[in-house]
Design a protein around this ligand. Sequence first.
Ligand SMILES: Cc1ncc(C[n+]2csc(CCOP(=O)(O)OP(=O)(O)O)c2C)c(N)n1
Ligand SMILES: [Mg+2]
Length: 584
Amino acid sequence: MPLMTPSEAFVETMVAHGVKDIFGIMGSAFMDAMDIFEPAGIRFIPVVHEQGAAHMADGYSRVSGRQGVCTGQNGPGVSNCVTGIAAAYWAHSPVVIVTPETGTMGMGLGGFQECNQLPMFQEFTKYQAHLNNRARMAELTGRCFDRALSEMGPTQLNIPRDLFYGDIDVDIPAPSRLDRGPGGEKSLAKAAAILSEAEFPVIVSGGGVVNADAVGACTALAERLGAPVVNSYLHNDAFPASHPLWCGPLGYQGSKAGMKLISGADVVLALGTRLGPFGTLPQHGMDYWPNDARIIQVDADHTMLGLVKKISVGICGDAGAAVDSLMRRLDGETLACDATKEQRTARIRDEKASWEQELDEWIHEKDEYSLEAIDKAGEGFLHPRQVLRELEKAMPANAMVSTDIGNINSVANSYLRFEKPRSFFAAMSFGNCGYAFPTIIGAKVAAPDRPAISYAGDGAWGMSMGETMTCVREDIPVTAVVFNNGQWGAEKKNQVDFYGRRFVAGELENRSFGGIARAMGAEGITVDRLEDVGSALEKAVDMQMNDGKTTIVEIMCTQELGDPFRRDALSRPVRHLSKYKAYA
Ligand SMILES: Cc1ncc(C[n+]2csc(CCOP(=O)(O)OP(=O)(O)O)c2C)c(N)n1
Ligand SMILES: [Mg+2]
């Protein structure tokens, strides 16, 4: 076995896994390894804040399907990553976080930047390796990279800083790739039987379809059944939007056409989705989930089967392999739904046309608060829905789009359509403001030839805009759209609906985001006329792709607000103490 230092073994194992980019901020704790990144062909991308590095690794892995890597100095550099790793966990992103730790002789003595770094990631990792002996550096590094992909989630490699040094004899382990199968024979046979009896089958295409590269397989099965396909919440890229069977996303601010169609299903094939609780909440006043339908759920993780929704059969398998197996089982069979294919095609077409027309006519929100806000705003402030429609029309082919958490970003769900998987990177179930911008930067590093566009509200933008400096310093051109409505709108909406419009902490007095962008060395465009929205996006994308420039497109919006996030989780306030009586 060749003689190496642990630093060399660490770097060589990453090279064996194809690592080309690592996001982070430098620190003495891992400097011995960082010193040889460049000759190993690894680019270290310094960021502004380590949370950004974790989000970038997430975006990188979501677009490439490979491991994204981030790191930071022990203690604060590492703890700064917690939110980003939590977000990656709920996005099912194979991110490897390398956390150098206090040296073995200092642990427990309360030294500089000393802390126990495993518990803080315990909740948000699929696997944690602690290097207890320098001779195991290659083994545990390799395992973290393998497990991130096999379990589709973050893993942590925790390395006491003194263990980078020394001599070890070691072979670099080859990456291992899981060969995933379609699932069990019995469950597949039962599912095929249920499908062949279905009168009105509907397919839910989720993130597992994207991760399994199974959009083609899903399309073939949908066509065989003539079944409408809805996207699970925030997986709008799990089926091509131009396909006649595509019916749009379920969930918050999703497609009414998709919801109406699934509400009439007698069989639902839930492909690569855990049917998460937030993503199937009632919307647009519709409780659309078909409680009496038979549900077939396919998920690579058996613990997701039947976890949230009652199911008739659960298949633990790869979405693509399971669909291929179902197709073979249905081959040559006459299905109950064959006779009604034409009527169902017509119904799908009509529901979609009526939803598109409703979206075209839904220019602004019409509740009392929004009407007053529109009145107050006057000239120079745009209706978010109209802005989102214009952006949709101007969206370049092959675009990657990330979205943040906020009211306008949520409304955007109705207007984001994709032809290709690995194109949409929303902040998923962890739901942290500040997600979108660093995530799109990471995606751009993995796919520099694709246009990269992030959406964020002005509040979320404030949390993340510092990474504009990363784009400028590191030549990673992206386009950021900022919806400037002068408020933390999504939360303020709860004060409108539940707290008697007692506005506490919801207003944002902003300086010019275009001006701030220019001060950071990027381009800035401020849009206050509807007719300029599309051309501003086109210009920014042109500068991104042809001049290597990052542009912040700030769009001035009214304070009107769409439906709230969590009507389900809020109650009217009750006050018992007399001094708070007015606050009920
Ligand atoms: C890190 C974090 N802090 C707080 C929240 C709670 N929160 C959810 S949406 C929101 C308001 C977002 O405001 P903005 O980004 O301006 O978008 P808008 O709702 O105005 O469109 C807040 C504070 C959160 N989701 N994440
Ligand atoms: Mg806002």
